[in-house]
Structure formats: C-alpha cells, structure tokens
Design a protein around this ligand. Structure first.
Ligand SMILES: [Mg+2]
Length: 265
C-alpha cells in the first residue's frame, strides 16, 4: 500500500486570514475584514499545492465574559465557510482559549494541541510551514521543527512575546499573500513517497530543483549507478532506498522502484 507523508500549513487566523482590529478581538461582524489577498491566494494554494491545511489560533479567554462564545462562533463560522466556498478546507481547527498569563502548553507558541503532527509516519514537519503574523507564530514554527512564513504586517502587535527564535526558521517575511503563494509554489517541487509490499519496501525522496545529489541504495550496484546518473545529469536531488526480495531475483526490486517513482512523480 502506498503511504503518503503529508506536509502541513499551520495557518493563523487573526492578522493572517482576517485583519486584527485594534482591540485584538473579533467578536462582531462589524469588525470583520478579510486580509487582502487571502481569499484570492489561499484557494490557489489549496488547489494547486499539496499541503494539509490546519488552523491554529489563540483566542484569549474564549468562553469567558471578556470573549463570549456567542459573539465568537458566528463570525468564526462565517470566515471558515467563506474560505470553504473557495475550496479552502481546514483538516482541523486548533483553538486555544487560555490567557497569556496562564502560560498554557496549548497556547501558541506551545505545541500542546499539535502533538499528532509529530508522528513522522504521517507528517513531514521539516517541510511544513506556519503562516502567521506574530512572533509567536514564528516561534511555533521553531517548536514544531517547521519553517515560518511571517506575514509581517503589524510589529506593534505581540511586542511582549519575546524575540527568542532563530532567524533560520524564517523561510519568508512578507505582508503579501501573493508572495506566499509564489514562494510555496516554487518550493513545492519536492516530495517523498514510501511504498511497501510483500516483495519490496521502497522510500523515495525527490527535489526537482536540486543540485544533482543522489543517495541511492537498491541492493543492485548497476541499478544504483543508473539512477545516480539520472540525478546527476538531471540536477535532481534523489534519495532511493529499496529493500527487495533479491534472494529470488532482481526483477521485483527494479520493477517496483520504477512503479514507486512513477506513482509519485
Ligand atoms: Mg495572528
């Protein structure tokens, strides 16, 4: 059975999908404005690129008198439904309700709500992104071992969130959804695939924008050499690890490596 390892876009809501009002709380339709370009470019990302979309939002004190649920959900559902109508479907929504002073592990940049994504048989966090407008979103990316796309539009916000993050975690800083779309589209010519049957167990990782680096091990030196040449002369980064039933003969190993590659390319 083929088994696809997913890449995720962890997307913030306020200041990212919709504009954040001065009082930082969207509890009425009068305060609702979509972030320019989000409704144009996130649907293209959803349609054209291969990411699982996940919403991650801190909603300080949601459900308390300061942020009543009856004001929150109608606007929230309107936002989610509007994106859904454009083909943007969030696989999950993770909404933390704590206040900053509680220092809850579930609150961004904590990963308490996001443990399932650390399952490396399901998700590839190193090639996943957090898209958000605050330092806490950048720090969330760091805590996940993902990359940050910092939709940097208001540095006044979150001043007290500290600046403890490594610059290396930031893949892109922009205030423009179009730039996010273009960046992700360019960087998406990579992928990996795992195929396991009774005869063979094959792992393939490919970057079409690579530099010709190959890491090939099929157990058949001549086949390794042929695949190595494809990578080198095609300037692809290619990893292929095949464990096949070579005690019978080489044909499953060669055939299934080809099938696995074709399946995913
Ligand atoms: Mg935000």
């Amino acid at each position: 059975m083929a088994d696809l390892i997913k890449r995720v876009l962890f997307i913030d809501r306020d200041g990212t999908l919709i504009l954040e009002p001065e009082d930082q709380q969207i509890d009425s339709f009068a305060k609702l404005k979509f972030y320019p370009g989000a409704l144009q470019y996130l649907p293209r990302i959803a349609k054209e690129l291969d990411f699982e979309l996940v919403l991650v939002s801190n909603q300080d004190g949601l459900g308390t008198a300061s942020h009543p649920e009856e004001n929150f959900w109608p606007v929230h559902h309107f936002v989610i439904d509007t994106f859904k109508g454009e083909g943007v479907v969030f696989a999950k929504e993770h909404i933390d309700r704590t206040f900053p002073h509680e220092n809850a592990p579930t609150r961004k940049p904590g990963v308490g709500m996001l443990q399932e994504y650390f399952d490396t048989t399901q998700y590839n966090l190193a090639e996943s992104f957090v898209i958000g407008d605050r330092v806490n979103d950048v720090r969330l990316a760091q805590n996940l071992g993902a990359k940050a796309i910092w939709l940097r539009n208001n540095d006044e916000l979150g001043q007290n969130e500290g600046v403890e993050f490594s610059e290396e975690v930031i893949a892109l800083q922009t205030s423009d959804w179009k730039a996010i779309y273009e960046y992700l589209k360019l960087g998406t010519r990579t992928g990996e695939h795992h195929r396991k049957t009774n005869e063979t167990d094959i792992y393939i990782k490919l970057n079409l924008d690579g530099s010709g680096k190959a890491d090939i091990d099929t157990g058949l030196p001549f086949f390794d050499h042929m695949l190595d040449q494809i990578a080198r002369h095609g300037a692809l980064d290619l990893t292929i690890k095949t464990k096949g039933d070579l005690h019978i003969d080489e044909h499953h190993t060669i055939e299934d490596t080809g099938i696995a590659w074709e399946k995913y390319s």
